[in-house]
Design a protein around this ligand. Sequence first.
Ligand code: ADP
Ligand code: MG
Length: 693
Amino acid sequence: MEWNSPVKFVKGVGERRARALEQMGITTPGELIYHVPRRYLDRSTISPINQLTVGAEATVVGRVTGVKMVRGKRRPYFQLVITDDTGFLTCRWFNGAQWLADRFNKDDVVAVSGKIDFFGGLQISHPDFDILSDDKSNPINTGMIMPLYPSTQALQKVGLDSRGFRRVLKPLMPALKHMVPDPLPEPVQRNYHLLPLADALEQAHFPDSLSHLNAGRDRLKFDELFFMQLLLAIRSSAVVRKTKRNQYEQPGDILDSQYKLLPYDLTDAQKRVVREIWNDLNSPHPMNRLLQGDVGSGKTVVSLLSAAIAAGNGYQTALMAPTEILAEQHYQNAVKFFEGSPIRSVLLTGSHTPAQKKEIYKALKSGYYHLAVGTHALIQGKVEFKNLQLVIIDEQHRFGVVQRGDLIEKAADADVLVMTATPIPRTLSMTIYGDLAVSILDEMPKNRQPIITRRVDVAKLGRVYDFVRQEIQAGHQAFVVYPLIEESEKIDLEAATKGYDHLSTQVFPEFKLALLHGRMSGTEKEAVMSAFAKNEIQILVSTTVIEVGIDIPNATVMLIENAERFGLTQLHQLRGRIGRGTHRSVCVLVQRKPNPESTHRLEIMVKTSDGFKIAEEDLKIRGTGDLFGTRQHGLPNLKLADLVTDAEILREARKAAFEVVDDDPQLRKSHHAGLRHVVLTEFNDLLGFAKIG
Ligand code: ADP
Ligand code: MG
């Protein structure tokens, strides 16, 4: 049996099963062997029915005592009752009822798992299940660890349920050692104490013990993370090995004079980061740096000082923001910041007329402007620069990663600074930003007051409104935010619009309110924001468009409606809009539909204002699925490894991968041939500009 031959030749597979396997992307024996169990049954993971807790996830093994179709209120459903001699458990399926009814028989032994409910008795809806009958290896009797495989209806129809997979895979195990190509160089395996790949795969399928199982899976996880990090290391080294055409001579007079003009002292963290950036700029190779700093830590001034260095050396800077509102704000900041200096800034947004745009393009090409501020259109459009050397991307974690490849046309060897608000736990930044050097602003400006956060239910809204009134009478301003429901921008708008009507006519008729949302034109948004900045508007009612970056130090209250609908990271970003001045600020989370889960989440917001902690909690609650499920970040998907629980393996894999690339950037050495082969066959499309030749 060859690793890469057609899977139909595996004993017990054949044409029909091969077709079903193909739908899951399994076409070779190698891919079949990498179809590792989704979970395992053993004594320690099986719960007796009389010890189940309602609301908890559990796995039960029992004998079927009853199967029937029930004529439900709306449509028929399938019901299965099992017993393990300590009690009875009912399983119900509302989808695919007939298909399921055909599969179970009385006295079958089954394993089911899911969340335990109570409806007149213990029950699980739509449990995950495996039929264990006539499998002599029932773990309760034998003490073995039984693998359960991911399957589909199509696979089950051809007999490839967990038992089917076990029967096909077991006979392949003795031959594994001769079949599996192990791409990891021997020194990596030795230094990181990894199980040989063949053993790891065997233990992942048919473990001898829990510790063997873990060692086996750890090796497989290491491989996944290692190849991801290898790609990052290759990308990173491709940049580092370039030599810039434009060299910097000194930090420059402009930096000096800007420093002196600052109305406050930089924090030590800001000073350190400016030095780190200068070191990068001063190096012969392009900068590739991530600046992480919690909301309010003062990233903007750092970016403008960097632009001052570039300008002082005769180079142009592009500063890109995720939204037009934010670009506008950065631009205003820049103009204020560079007042009286020779630096000329320009804003490029969608609201310019074609004639204006033409003028600006001309001036950029001639080098008249030193700093161009805009959205990503700045590097994507037909803008041309005279000598763009510094590219600053303020992406606030939201808009995906700008690939360096996107820059190739404008400035292939540009110095790149990506800025992001902290809520990326270290494990995530080692992945999605893993090819960048990292600077961290881990210190808030000294004048900050902590933000007080409260969770309230609707009954207390009256008192909350009174409080808002007091704050405004004291000269401050407030935000009221309505949730974004991504499926429907229209419904969002409706909630915000209704809220705005109600607040402006019924609750706060004496104040000036305005509504801000994503469907307004750039000019309309700018008008509202600038009126709010001047305190001509006291209460800004908005959708989440204010989430990123807006800086209005006089705003001291934020009321977030339906707070339970937001993710933690998003709440943290929103809350970061207040507490930016010297006054005490209050954030009120209005919980419309209280339940234990949302209360738990909102209480995290009440208890901590540390962006790192909040991000870690968010990652624990939501998992990395939506952050990481795809190749959108230009990285391979993870099947086994989990960025939350496997952080330690990630660190090791990263170290190993960067060591390999440091030693051999193009993977040309003979003992890296296996790595090279995997990279070229499986990940070539992800290398982007960093092609290995
Ligand atoms: P963020 O990191 O969230 O982008 P900003 O750059 O918008 O933060 O800074 C937040 C606020 O703090 C701004 O009003 C800015 O002027 C102010 N600020 C920045 N650095 C300092 C400092 N060292 N001392 C006092 N205030 C500062
Ligand atoms: Mg910012």
